[in-house]
Write a new protein. Structure first.
Ligand code: FES
Length: 670
């Protein structure tokens, strides 16, 4: 009689095993990925498997639950304490008696994958840098003079094959108590296969991590289960550094004028992270002391201030970073109220204007993994731009100024309830309809009655300018055409120019000529930056454009193209990448090899400094037109009826002055 054949799914690995072999042992012999914290003692429940019953013609066997030893006391005890779903067995105690097809469910796999919501995004493989191991340590013996730590190390080597571990001082301080409290059974946290960073009496099988994204306006955190990869809680706070300066440059100026002030900025941002940590733990109903790992991304100035580094050098050319490599620190050194052995990993920066947040975007989007040439734009006060594929990657930042965030726009505001975010303008009547954040109804629908409209946020400004252009109200050169005033009462004189009344309530919302100019300046800077990267890469068009960041997440791709925010592309290939920087931090939290990957990728990113590129001026001037002075946007025109090219005449009959990059707001170094 041949020994029973056991096939594991989904891996498809198979082998013959002597009756009495446990499923976990069989899996390990075949290299099948089955999790375990307790080392096969039947107490952690990580090794759960299911028998796939029936005839499996492909394998030539009949698989039945009867081909495992009957449910035993260990499983019954586990089921009483922690529940074991019907059909589930503990792989470490169930033994093989006959042919089997064993299904290893995702939650029992060590390297399970987390599928991301974005259909275009690649899944995250769970392989955290910190692992928990349950061990039984031999008791001290007069005949054996070895220390408690020595016997703990010996147990880890014997049971888990991990040797030569270093040990944190705080672990030593609590080791003897933990060993005795756990009756010589403890769970150990091992960081990066090298250091014991935590010890708990008995079985302790929960470990969490937090991925932080430190933006200049908002700080966001995501608390994740390091075993499942699941996001258990997300929270955001306004960056409290705002009181030292609304934008990054003014915060740098504050530090320049107040020597030593960087310590204040460091203190408040660390305080914000500590507050978020407590909030996330409370929301997820977990103990913050079970947070064992933290990752952080941020633009170069946020990065430096987090670390307590004076950002003054980033305030002017040549924008020298104090450090650009990835950093591995103790979370406690950043003032985070998490487990004392928790580590913090800060993603690498790329250049003085392109920070760890962009490294996060690259990790999340993976342009370096495929053949398609991707253009990824993270739109903020500065736009970070990444272009390329597996062969070559370029990165730059472009000084768009704060117009896309609603600043410098007469009716602009941050994205908040009451802000107009979507706009449509009737091509014949020039009448608008819009929607605001916090209300699902459009302004011409019954459900909109009584809604307070407070301003226009960034995505609303993009849409209203693009819609006004599509309706012929704004000409190719960005002028609100006063000759249409007779056609619509919404076009009103405003000094020597005209404005468009978007909403007549209180407050009234009006798009002025200056608002349009601010948007033109911002979008021309972004477009010119993209164009420079295309030039450097030696291509005219990209296969795919991804719009990242909170603002990029809300921009309608067609309107972004109509405005000429990004170079022409098939609109169906322009999509939102969500909060890619934060996702990158989450990937680095959940997958240790992603850290080595991004550290290697950033080393080969070619940095393009837009300010000193000779063609920036030319590209900027061309990009001031809507959508562009030299590019007919054929791919966009194939799906959207673009208005005929039209340039308004100046009131004095002279040609209008063409805008130059010097009209831009001062560069903010991120
Ligand atoms: S390995 Fe822990 S219960 Fe089976």
């Amino acid at each position: 009689m041949p020994e029973p054949l056991v096939v594991f799914t989904p891996s498809g690995r198979r082998g013959r095993f002597a009756p009495g072999t446990t499923v976990l042992d069989a899996a390990r012999q075949l290299g099948v990925d089955v999790d375990s914290v307790c080392g096969g003692r039947g107490i952690c429940g990580r090794c759960q498997v299911e028998v796939s019953e029936g005839e499996h013609a492909k394998h030539g066997i009949t698989s039945t639950a009867e081909h495992l030893t009957p449910v035993n006391d260990v499983e019954r005890a586990y089921a009483v304490q922690r529940e074991l779903a019907a059909g589930r067995r503990l792989g470490c105690t169930a033994s093989i008696t006959g042919d089997l097809v064993i299904d290893v469910p995702p939650e029992s796999q060590v390297y399970r994958q987390v599928v991301r919501k974005d259909a275009d995004a690649h899944p995250i493989e769970i392989d955290p840098v910190v692992r928990l191991h349950y061990v039984e340590v031999s008791q001290p013996d007069m005949a054996d003079p070895s220390s408690d730590l020595g016997r703990l190390r010996a147990a880890l080597e014997r049971e888990w094959g991990i040797a030569g571990l270093a040990c944190d001082a705080h672990v030593l301080a609590g080791l003897q108590r933990a060993l005795r409290a756990g009756d010589w059974r403890v769970t150990v946290a091992v960081h990066d296969g090298a250091t014991i960073t935590g010890v708990w009496p008995g079985l302790h099988d929960v470990a969490y991590g937090i991925a932080f994204d430190i933006g200049s306006t908002t700080v966001a955190g995501h608390l994740c289960d390091l075993h499942t990869g699941e996001v258990l809680a997300s929270a955001g706070e306004m960056n409290p550094q705002i009181r030292f300066g609304e934008d990054l440059m003014s915060r740098v100026s504050y530090v320049m004028m107040n020597p030593g002030a960087e310590q204040q900025l460091t203190k408040v941002v660390r305080g914000c992270l500590a507050k978020l940590t407590a909030e996330l733990a409370r929301d997820a109903a977990v103990d913050r002391l079970d947070v064992l790992e933290v990752t952080l991304v941020g633009n170069p100035i946020m990065h430096h201030l987090l670390l307590g580094i004076d950002p003054t050098e980033l305030g002017g050319a040549p924008f020298a970073l104090a450090v650009d490599e990835a950093l591995r620190l103790r979370a406690a050194d950043l003032g985070l109220p998490v487990h004392p052995g928790a580590r913090a990993y800060v993603l690498p920066c790329i250049a003085g204007h392109v920070g760890a947040d962009t490294a996060g975007v690259i990790l999340s989007e993976g342009p370096h993994l495929g053949d398609e040439v991707n253009l990824i734009v993270d739109v903020g006060t500065n736009a970070e731009i990444v272009l390329g594929n597996r062969d070559r990657l370029l990165a730059a930042s472009s000084p768009t100024g704060p117009a896309f965030e609603g600043a410098q726009i007469s009716c602009g505001q941050r994205a908040a309830p009451g802000a107009i975010e979507r706009v449509r303008i009737d091509r014949d009547t020039l009448e608008p309809r819009f929607s605001v954040i916090g209300c699902p109804a459009w302004s011409d629908e019954a459900g909109f009655a009584g809604v307070q409209v407070t301003g226009v946020c960034g995505s609303g400004i993009i849409e209203v300018v693009a819609e006004l252009h599509l309706a012929g109200v704004i000409t190719t050169d960005g002028t609100i055409d006063g000759s249409l005033a007779g056609r619509s009462p919404r076009i009103v004189p405003d000094g020597r120019t005209f404005s468009y009344v978007l909403h007549e309530g209180r407050p009234g919302i009006t798009i002025t000529q200056n608002d349009v100019r601010q948007i033109q300046l911002a979008k021309a800077a972004l477009h010119a930056g993209c164009r420079l990267l295309l030039d450097r890469y030696g291509i005219e068009r990209v296969n795919r454009i991804r719009l990242a960041g909170a603002f990029g997440n809300h921009i309608d791709p067609v309107h972004a193209l109509v405005l000429g925010l990004v170079p022409d592309c098939d609109p169906s290939r322009v999509t939102s990448a969500g909060n890619a920087a934060g996702t990158g931090a989450r990937i680095a939290l959940l997958n240790r090899s992603a850290r080595a990957e991004i550290e290697a990728v950033v080393r080969r990113v070619e940095k393009v400094e837009t300010a000193i590129e000779p063609r920036f001026q030319e590209h900027f001037v061309n990009a001031m037109a809507i959508p562009h002075d030299a590019d007919p946007y054929e791919q966009l025109a194939a799906v959207v009826a673009l208005p005929p090219r039209r340039v308004a005449e100046a009131a004095d009959g002279r040609p209008r002055r063409r805008r130059a990059p010097s009209d831009l707001p001062q560069r903010s170094p991120t």
